[in-house]
Design a protein around this ligand. Sequence first.
Ligand SMILES: Nc1ncnc2c1ncn2[C@@H]1O[C@H](COP(=O)(O)OP(=O)(O)OP(=O)(O)O)[C@@H](O)[C@H]1O
Ligand SMILES: [Mg+2]
Length: 361
Amino acid sequence: MTSAANDIEFRSVSKRYGAVTAVSDINLAVPRGAFVALLGPSGCGKTTCLRMIGGFEHPSEGEVFVGGSPMNGVPAYRRPVNMVFQQYALFPHFDVENNVAYGLKQLRPRLTAAEISRRVREALEMVRLGGFAKRRIHEMSGGQQQRVALARALVNKPQVLLLDEPLAALDKKLRTAMQFELQSLQRELGITFVLVTHDQEEALSMSDLVCVMNAGRIRQLASPKEIYDHPADLFVADFVGKTNRLPATVDPATGSVTLGNGRTLATARARAMSAGAATVALRPEVIRLARPTAANGALLEGTVTHRIFLGSSAEYSISVPGLGDLLVTAERHGTAESDLVEPGETVAMNFDPGEAHIFPA
Ligand SMILES: Nc1ncnc2c1ncn2[C@@H]1O[C@H](COP(=O)(O)OP(=O)(O)OP(=O)(O)O)[C@@H](O)[C@H]1O
Ligand SMILES: [Mg+2]
């Protein structure tokens, strides 16, 4: 048995397809009622993990638990789980009602027609398609079809809902609207959602827990804030949000990190690292820009090469001798043109050493 507080658990799960290792020794625990996002680049094993929860694939090694019970040998249709597939296949010539009812009609013992119709109505209400029961699929927009697929997965009240890139086909605006809807639906129903996405903004904004994967392995499992503020490694720092990577050297004896431009940061973290080459990861928004003065002894100095105006903020590319090109985002505090640093200008830059993440090179 496993802790009943976990709706999903992977214990040392690997999945191989012939010579390809799709998932490699994954351990994962998802608390009941959580919204977890599996985030990672194409081919990293996200769909494979989802399919092993759903029962459409079986681990080569290890065990998957759902609702506290081991799923070895439990077929997909007996699992308390439903899945919205990456290519959600609706029946184009059926109306909405019949698409949603399809799974319920397969259940044995049979449900009464009244019960099926009641449940379908309820599922359609949940996805705000109450008035669309008789509409045919090919007469609906992409976003509406997406919601029919969702209703079809919700209709038999799964304990766990698996969503494989459910919003990938939608335009930006509809996608944002559906993100809000999915999130409030999950809160209302209180069931566990596992959402697969390769969009880091979507993962950060929607979920309670983000599981960052690469090459079949979990790199970090934590809250969105923790993932963004304290990435476990350089892969996570790069994949989630934007990051500057500065070459540096660590001296644990003095607790200092010397950047490629010769400037030194004192940071307690360096004491716990081994001596030698390292990479300092810095978010673009933690770097403060100033006009250089003889007195300000900046950590970084460089020349602005590009500026992208973004309304309330501006994004700069700044060339720093010894460090390469840095990306810096700066909020604008006023509307004056003088807030903006111009391409060609020399700028001084500082940051709080506590905001720098240091990883072995
Ligand atoms: N049936 C299969 N046979 C052989 N290899 C497979 C099979 N299914 C997946 N793979 C391989 O396993 C790896 C993981 O695939 P998976 O579909 O889980 O990736 P993913 O993270 O969902 O990617 P995407 O974001 O592109 O959907 C890939 O290298 C893929 O080529
Ligand atoms: Mg996939």
